[in-house]
Design a protein around this ligand. Structure first.
Ligand code: ATP
Ligand code: MG
Length: 555
């Protein structure tokens, strides 16, 4: 495949191609503009891959800009996590990190310019009155009694706002546009408000803060952004975006284009809701592996490549849609199937004793990947007593059950053929030990007499294996669209986290954080970056080997 074919195509890239062909632009400059009021989620990854991906493919630039005009909701913790997540996803922003707050002085001057042109005024109606005067979708708004104040008075009052002369909610600056516009955003939008709040970047320098619509377009223009890409809910705001830039003295005219948000089934995406999950302790922090946050997916074992691939597969359009969670999972499964070394772990152990096995055990050499020799081999201890998966044994079973059955044979992965001879149970009737025999002539070969042994099960040495906590994750919510529920928090899946006490082969003592492993027959796992240590191994299941949900839903 040539490089051009490997590139995604979408309506935005077609616009860019045309702009370059027409000579409207000679290079492309995009930006990713998160508000630092929460951690990034998989929806942001879509926007990141789009903006940074375009810059990469067109040899252009992409800025990382914090859209930080709401001091009360924002925090440096979020700034740091966002930078970290963007880098982890494999993207580099152009130059220094930008902040809208860097432009507060300039934004103030542009507001003064609008006042001087008779295009902005200081409003003293209360927020409730402003709402009332604004009208509705079917009724035009009516002008505020303060709308036609003389320029001089507006200049003086705006200065008074800046100097702390107004209480919050008693004055604001509004653009003077059109109170009967069919676009509500054009009905004299508020462009500055009073907030006596400390800002994480500018401290207590300001007690007035510019609104998003006024800030965003000017920040784009100041940074020389050519294509300003945002989600569809800003479609109407494009009028205001253009109006502001058309009415101030600035020599750059970025264009805004909108695409549809990513919505994923069985999760929520709004930062407000994610914040609620964290603050109400319904999950264990922003990076809980069940969260759709970048940091949660990362801790769960998703790779940057798998998330980029997902964003590529979903594409960029103007259609609103809901993506199945399994499409995200299949991206990481495809990646790990190729790249994850294999290992053995028993998640729900039952002991077997191979009674005719003599000696202290032996060391077997096992391939790290069934069809990638270059990934090498590792040593796995085999002993007389082993753990196998409880579900891999039955006292009786039909022919479809290709595992260990009382009186029958099965192969232990990478080792010998064993036969279950008898079992021991506790008082409650639970099997405590399965006594087996083994065929010493079957290491790496079939039984000599032609006996067919079809099933293969995994195992871990009971003497040498290491205890491990193994966390199994499921959908965080029980309904496909929790955001539509009356109280989304009530639809949390109580089984979204199940903790198992199992055993892993000793090579996993040195499991590298953020290295995915395929635990044979059980799925893809990684060591938990926060809780796993040499003393207590903790593994997260990233994803199962197959899409078990598809089966359940089909039933
Ligand atoms: P949220 O509702 O999750 O808080 P937001 O749009 O308020 O999202 P921002 O920090 O303002 O979050 O978003 C930064 C950029 O990421 C914006 O350009 C926004 O359009 C984009 N973005 C946010 N959520 C999604 C999503 N689900 N799909 C695609 N892009 C998104
Ligand atoms: Mg926002």
């Amino acid at each position: 495949m040539s490089e051009a074919e490997a590139r995604p195509s979408n309506f935005i890239r077609q616009i860019i191609d045309k702009d370059l062909a027409d000579g409207k632009h000679t290079s492309v400059h995009t930006r990713f503009p998160p508000e630092p009021n929460g951690y990034l989620h998989i929806g942001h990854a879509k926007s990141i891959c789009l903006n940074f991906g375009i810059a990469q493919d067109y040899q252009g630039q992409c800025n990382l800009r914090f859209d930080d005009t709401n001091p009360e909701k924002e925090d440096v913790e979020y700034v740091e996590s966002i930078k970290n997540d963007v880098s982890w996803l494999g993207f580099e922003w152009s130059g220094e990190v930008c902040y809208s707050s860097n432009y507060f002085d300039k934004l103030y001057e542009y507001a003064v310019e609008l006042i001087n042109k008779g295009l902005a005024y200081v409003e003293e109606l209360s927020p409730e009155q402003i709402r009332e005067y604004r009208g509705t979708l079917t009724q035009p708004g009516k002008p505020s009694p303060y709308r036609d104040r003389p320029v001089e008075e507006n200049l003086a009052l705006f200065e008074k706002m800046r100097d702390g002369g107004f209480e919050e909610g008693t004055a604001c600056l509004r653009a003077k546009i059109d109170m009967s516009s069919s676009f509500m955003v054009m009905r004299d939008p508020v462009i500055y408000r009073v907030r006596f709040a400390e800002h994480h970047q500018t401290g207590d320098k300001w007690c007035i803060y510019p609104m998003y619509d006024f800030t965003h377009c000017i920040s784009d223009a100041l940074e020389g952004i050519t294509h300003s890409l945002c989600t569809l809910e800003f479609q109407d705001n494009r009028r205001l975006y253009d109006w502001v830039l058309d009415n101030i003295t600035i020599d750059c005219q970025p264009r805004q284009y909108e695409f549809s948000r990513l919505n994923l089934e069985y999760t929520v995406m709004s930062k407000r809701k994610l914040n609620q999950l964290v603050t109400e302790k319904l999950v264990n922090g922003w990076d809980d592996p069940r969260m759709p946050t970048i940091s949660g997916l990362r801790r769960r074992g998703f790779t940057p490549a798998s998330i980029r691939e997902f964003c590529k597969r979903i594409g960029v359009t103007k259609q609103e849609n809901m993506i199945e969670f399994s499409s995200l999972e299949s991206c990481v499964r495809d990646d790990l199937n190729e790249n994850a070394p294999r290992a053995m772990a028993v998640l729900d152990p039952v002991k077997i004793v191979i009674e005719n096995y003599q000696g202290d055990g032996e060391t077997l050499t096992v391939a790290n990947h069934p069809n990638k020799e270059e990934m090498g081999t590792r040593e796995v201890p085999f002993t007389r007593e082993l753990w196998i998966e409880r579900e891999d044994f039955r006292e009786e079973a039909n022919k479809k059950y290709k595992r260990l059955v009382l009186g029958k044979e099965v192969r232990l992965r990478g080792a010998y053929v064993i036969k279950a001879e008898r079992i021991e149970k506790d008082e409650a009737g639970n099997i405590t030990t399965i006594f087996c025999s083994y065929d010493a002539e079957t290491l790496g070969k079939n039984p000599a007499d032609g006996r067919k042994v079809k099933g293969v099960i995994h195992w871990v040495s009971a003497d040498k294996g290491l205890p491990a906590e193994i966390r199994l994750y499921d959908r965080l919510f029980t309904v496909a669209n929790p955001a539509a529920a009356d109280n989304f928090a009530e639809t949390i899946n109580p089984e979204s986290l199940v903790v198992n006490k199992g055993y892993v082969e000793p090579s996993l003592a040195s499991a590298v954080v953020e290295q995915g492993y395929q635990f044979e027959r059980m799925g893809y796992f990684c060591a938990d970056s926060k809780d796993s240590s040499a003393e207590t191994l903790v593994f997260n299941r990233t994803v199962g080997l197959r899409d078990t949900w598809a089966k359940i839903e089909a039933k």
